[in-house]
Design a protein around this ligand. Sequence first.
Ligand code: HEC
Length: 125
Amino acid sequence: MKKTVISNWNAKIVLIALFAAFSAFAVSCEKDEIVKVQPPPNSCDTINITFQTTIQPIIAQKCQSCHSNSTQLGGENLEGYDNIKSSALSGRLLDALEGSMQGYLNDACEFLKIRAWINKGAPND
Ligand code: HEC
């Protein structure tokens, strides 16, 4: 008789432990989902970009020392909208930025901004 009482208690403890473990698991899943929908802390804004305010300043600062009207290394001129646009629409600009010219940019965000501008048709906005 005594034995049955003990094993009932054991069964209850096991059930409580299982319930606690499952609850902890369920809560941790919920937390994961909440984290996933939050924007990353250093999110890169690729929406509010224009040629005049975003693209032109990056290229002037990072690229024109080697790609301008006076210095055209690799035969590439990136001075002024018309030259930048033709490089963008031919695919040369993106190819270069995915390859050997990547290191001249500050970070991935600058690359994403230029790519977003090219993807919207490289407008003079
Ligand atoms: C220190 C000099 C220097 C800087 C700064 C520089 N480039 Fe270049 N770039 C070169 C040289 C040299 C070549 C030719 C050899 C090569 O393609 O690697 C070239 C070639 C290119 C080409 C032509 C590639 C082709 O296939 O015809 C493009 C486009 C280009 N660069 C874009 C850029 C962009 C965009 C930046 C700024 C983020 C930049 N470059 C910064 C030196 C530079």
